[in-house]
Every structure is written in structure tokens, then in C-alpha cells.
Design a protein around this ligand. Structure first.
Ligand code: MF3
Ligand code: CO
Ligand code: CO
Length: 261
């Protein structure tokens, strides 16, 4: 269970694939609107990724039948694109994983279809802040449990949202999912220690109600057990000597107002 340390060349390849994955989110954003099917979003992303010389990692991954994940409203993660037509008030997570030159880059974002409820807006805001609280824990010597602890203390402890513990962030590189697991709940000063050169994702799933999830009979789609809304955002992170680098950052992405606070 040794956590891989990337060489400078590998880190450059991670930057390339992660930047491309992030660019897919900017590309697809204007297409996320009422009347669009999730199949259309999948097809557009699939073509964009191929046009940029990359491979969409989800396609045929353990039998997953599409090139992206689209998780709408009560879907927690791993939603399969299909005939579902987006309507005003929906919230949707689009999760993109690309393979460029053998290296995986993984990132996801929330989109609102037209006007959404205040509680949906708030859930998305809390999810992004949770992810960033986790990101800001990342530095050499800090530990895996520090990430889950800050996310759980904020989203569940302070605000009462459900923090999903059934799906985790993960190491990433020449494989989609590698060691270490990055839970979004946990205790400080526990778990493996970070070292410069490690790459992994942070991708909290935050629920309006219960943290419990149910997987549908398609074997993939995870929904909240109470059918209340769920949100998720994801970045791929590099541990640097100074702390962290968000490899999937893009100009348009949400970020906290004051990174130093
Ligand atoms: N991109 C997801 C993650 O963040 C994994 C999707 S697996 C798939 O780990 F098969 F559903 F695509
Ligand atoms: Co991931
Ligand atoms: Co992902």
C-alpha cells in the first residue's frame, strides 16, 4: 500500500490531462439548459474529449456505458447519461475524467438549470466550500484524516448536512482509482501522511438530508435514501512542498474569496 510519488515528468502529464478535463466543464456549461438530455451532454463531451486527443475514462470502466457521469437532483454520483431531459430547477453534477498519454485527470462541477431553489443554491455553495476546506488541509506532513475531519465538522457538525461516506476521493495517476482512499469524513491526525508528489482527488458528496445512499438496479446510479437533493464537486490535487496545487483548476471555477484565511 505504497502511495505513488510522481516524478516531475509525470506531474507535467498530470497537469496536461487535468487541464483538459477542466476545459470540458467550460465547454459543456452553455449546453446545460432546460430541454437538453443527459445523453446529449454525454455525446458532446465524448466528441470534445476525442477531438482533443484524449480518452473519456468512464466509458467501459468496469462496464460503465457512457463517457461522463451526470447526476441530477437526488442522484449522489455515477448517474448514467440517458433520455432524462433537464428542466428548470434541476441541479446536475457533471463528472469528467480524461486519459491523456496514459494519465487520468478527474474533476466535477455542479450546474443549475434555470432558477433553482434557495436550498439547492445553498447546498451547492456548502459543497464547494467543503471541498475547498479539504483542499486547504493538503500539505506535506498533514494526514488523510485531516481532510475528512474539516469537511465533516463544517458540513455536518456546523450545518447539519449529510456527508456521504460510501464514496471517497482517491489517488490518481496511470490508474483511475489508486491508493490512498480519501474519505470525506474522519478524524484529524489520523491516516496516511501526505508527501510532495502525491496526486489524489477530493470530491465530497453533500446531502440535504440523510447521508445514506442506495444504488439503483443499473448497478451504478447512487441516490439519496430519502430522495432529497445531493451535490458534489471534485478536483484533482497535487501535494507540493509548499502545500497543494489544484491540477484541475480553471479560470471560471469557484474558489474561496480569501485563500489565506
Ligand atoms: N469520476 C468518478 C470519480 O470521481 C468515477 C466514475 S466511475 C464511472 O471517481 F464508471 F462511473 F465512470
Ligand atoms: Co474521482
Ligand atoms: Co470524478
Amino acid at each position: 500500500m505504497v502511495i505513488e510519488i510522481k516524478t516531475a515528468e509525470e506531474i507535467q502529464k498530470m497537469r496536461t490531462t487535468c487541464t483538459l478535463a477542466a476545459s470540458v466543464l467550460d465547454f459543456i456549461a452553455p449546453h446545460v439548459k432546460a430541454g437538453a438530455t443527459t445523453d446529449l451532454l454525454d455525446r458532446l463531451c465524448h466528441e470534445y474529449i476525442l477531438d482533443h486527443g484524449a480518452i473519456p475514462a468512464p466509458l467501459n470502466y468496469k462496464g460503465f456505458p457512457r463517457s461522463i457521469c451526470t447526476s441530477v437532483n437526488e442522484v449522489v454520483c455515477h448517474g448514467i447519461p440517458g433520455a432524462l431531459t433537464l428542466k428548470d430547477g434541476d441541479i446536475i453534477n457533471i463528472d469528467i475524467t480524461t486519459i491523456v498519454d496514459g494519465y487520468f485527470g478527474d474533476t466535477s462541477e455542479m450546474f443549475c438549470v434555470g432558477e433553482v431553489s434557495k436550498e439547492a443554491e445553498r447546498l451547492i455553495d456548502v459543497t464547494r466550500r467543503s471541498m475547498w476546506l479539504g483542499i486547504r488541509e493538503v500539505a506535506p506532513g498533514k494526514r488523510v484524516g485531516d481532510i475528512g475531519a474539516v469537511i465533516e465538522e463544517y458540513a455536518h457538525g456546523e450545518l447539519g448536512y449529510g456527508v456521504v461516506d460510501q464514496f471517497c476521493g482517491h489517488g490518481i495517476g496511470r490508474e483511475f482509482h489508486m491508493d490512498p482512499h480519501i474519505p470525506h469524513v474522519g478524524r484529524r491526525r489520523t491516516g496516511k501522511r501526505f508527501k510532495a508528489g502525491m496526486t489524489f482527488t477530493i470530491e465530497p458528496m453533500i446531502n440535504l438530508g440523510t447521508h445514506h445512499c442506495i444504488t439503483l438496479s443499473d448497478g451504478w446510479t447512487a441516490v439519496t435514501a430519502d430522495n432529497k437533493l445531493s451535490a458534489q464537486t471534485e478536483h484533482t490535487i497535487l501535494v507540493t512542498d509548499a502545500g497543494f496545487e489544484v491540477l484541475t483548476m480553471r479560470d471560471s471555477a469557484w474558489r474561496p474569496e480569501d485563500l489565506s484565511a
